[in-house]
Design a protein around this ligand. Sequence first.
Ligand code: PEP
Length: 254
Amino acid sequence: MRQPLIAGNWKMNGTKTSAEALLSGLVAGSVGISKAEIAVCPPFPYLALGERLLIGSSVRLGAQNVCTQDVGAYTGEVSALMLAEFGCHYVICGHSERREYYGETDSIIAEKLLACIKQQLTPILCVGETLQQREQEQTEAVIGTQLGNVIAQIGIDTFQKIEIAYEPVWAIGTGKTATPEQAQSVHYFIRQQLAKHDQIIAEKVRILYGGSMKASNAQDLLSQPDIDGGLVGGASLIVEDFLAICQAGDAVVL
Ligand code: PEP
């Protein structure tokens, strides 16, 4: 069985004070959680705080974005080397909000994945369809293209070092969650797409679900055979809610 990973994506939320409280609460509350892996991705300015407060805990630190380039005149950007220096383990790449608001293409996202891997960071590659695409029954075509473009650019072997998050855009921050069956069906599809290239990698890669995951639906989602964790937005901002999801992740491990 793949170890569940529950990763919190704070997005652009919080203050120094709330970040400190959330991180400390997570450290204290994660003590009994040993089977699921926990990660938290605060905004860049709070990474140093995360590095300091998470020391000695099993909670891993992650970032929400990274530059495609290693160093140089790229105003406003943050490199993978910098993230590694601040103790990051994970980096969310290609979140739908970055695709939509910042024009990130599959090609840019593929470069970001490589930039992470070069610095021994583990990228979490996000894929997902919009409501319109789902209604037009294009879900598999869209996700097949998002994945296929990345595989064509960086190769299937790279997926040994990548986590995937299936995040239906219509479920992100909307309170609408994919049913466990809907999510499982897309997760299975993603694994099949990878298996066409390499069956062993397909079996090993973790595919997280993201989209209004909360304490009340986490266990049902996480019990599905191809759902290996969660990428959690809103519910990761409330320590009790996030810990309850982490506990659900722990509980599905036999
Ligand atoms: C996300 O932004 O990755 C996400 C899943 O958000 P939410 O849980 O709020 O839907």
